[in-house]
Design a protein around this ligand. Structure first.
Ligand code: BGC
Length: 385
């Protein structure tokens, strides 16, 4: 389905670019974090009056702590470092609001529009509207199938899924579970990433289901990645399976948190292998407690920086510079076209390397190593903040 030219793939040692002074006050819950809540830590001066205006629309808050906790502050800082004044709004899972926000940004004269859409359809419609006004668009994190955006910036999302599959297998092996029963709680059917995560997971899990080594109890996609719906759905599947489960593919940390709440209610937390994604403070804490086995760390700073570079080039109409910043292309099977892309590397995180995320400055130790986890942190060499 997806092809990528790997020749020009960026292998930049991103850690070098990660200012370790960056302190992210990622919100502890998946509820909206106040945008002024210390996020980003780069409390830079307001943008220069003559800074070029660009627009960014983020999709939701309830699906993941990442959008307000990581993306918003990091994009704000990265855009500012490129001399841009970014108007960053969140559509709160409402496609109508997404479209209205885009209209407002287009009429306010943004030079570039960056969109992380709720669905391919509504994202593609917004991109078409911007294009009609001569405004270039960038698909941020989620590719709009059948869309017209000039560029796409994300991670290798099939690899994300593959890491989740590998993490599940590793966790089940460590626990010595024979013939484990698996429940899959997947992302939104309207998010192309959720499809890619699923495809990646299945490269590892399908042979195990097919051979009878693992049993798939049920898989369920969760509309809009709603954590709340994810929890109730998981509980229904669990109870109808007589309370039996050994492993849960939870497509991100938010869904994992909802699953763990249910497992805890039934006294099963810690006995079941649960996956995740996003390396959120809650996810990292659940890993240290032993309730979640793994997460996938996607350094959002790299994603924000790459997006800001592309945005700056496009704002100047410098498509040569924008093309040079792209590291490959992704195939959009719906639109039948190749989209110039920057795809970054995800990383598998278990208890053993939670420290990596903290050392990179993506999440401060103070957000993870609190109260009951202070000991676990010091045993893993993580200095409490
Ligand atoms: C993103 C994930 C996120 C999920 C829910 C996906 O498109 O890639 O990082 O957890 O959406 O917001």
């Amino acid at each position: 389905m997806r092809t990528r030219t790997t020749a020009t793939r960026r292998t930049a040692a991103w850690a070098a670019g990660l200012g370790l002074t960056m302190v992210l006050a990622a919100c502890g819950q998946n509820a909206a974090a106040p945008s002024s809540g210390g996020g980003g830590g780069q409390s830079a001066a307001p943008p220069a009056a003559d800074a070029v205006k660009v627009g960014v629309i983020l999709p939701e808050t309830e699906s993941s702590a990442r959008w307000e906790g990581f993306d918003k502050p990091l994009l704000t800082a990265a855009m500012q470092a490129e001399g841009l004044n970014a108007d960053i709004q969140n559509a709160q899972g409402d496609e109508q609001k997404f479209s209205t926000l885009a209209d407002g940004m287009i009429s306010s004269g943004v030079k570039v529009l960056v969109i992380a859409s709720i669905s391919s359809e509504s994202g593609a419609a917004v991109a078409a509207k911007a294009k009609a006004q001569g405004i270039p668009t960038i698909d941020y994190d989620r590719l709009n199938l059948g869309g017209s955006s000039d560029y796409y910036v994300s991670f290798d999302n099939e690899k994300v899924g593959q890491l989740q599959g590998q993490g599940l297998v590793q966790g089940l092996d460590e626990k010595g579970k024979a013939n484990p029963q698996i429940i899959e709680i997947e992302g939104a059917p309207t998010d192309n990433n959720a499809t890619l995560f699923y495809n990646g997971q299945q490269t590892v899990l399908k042979p195990k289901y097919d051979s009878g080594q693992y049993k798939l109890v049920q898989k369920q996609a969760i509309e809009k990645w709603s954590n709340q719906v994810g929890g109730t759905t998981f509980e229904q599947i669990l109870t109808s399976n007589g309370g039996k489960v050994d492993g849960v593919v939870a497509a991100n940390d938010g869904l994992a948190g909802a699953v763990i709440t249910v497992l805890t209610k039934y006294g099963l937390n810690g006995q079941v292998v649960v996956t995740g994604q996003d390396a959120t403070p809650d996810g990292l804490q659940a890993i240290l407690r032993g309730d979640q086995y793994m997460t996938v760390y996607k350094p959002i700073k790299q994603e924000a920086d790459a997006t800001a570079k592309l945005t700056a080039a496009l704002a100047k109409g410098d498509t040569a510079a924008a093309d040079a910043a792209a590291t490959g292309s992704v195939n959009d099977p719906t639109g039948g076209r190749e989209v110039k892309s920057v795809l970054l590397e995800p990383q598998l995180i278990t208890k053993q390397n939670v420290k990596t995320v903290i050392d990179d400055g993506a999440v401060p130790a103070s957000e993870v190593c609190v109260s009951d986890l202070a000991n676990a942190c010091s045993q893993l060499g993580i200095a409490a903040a």
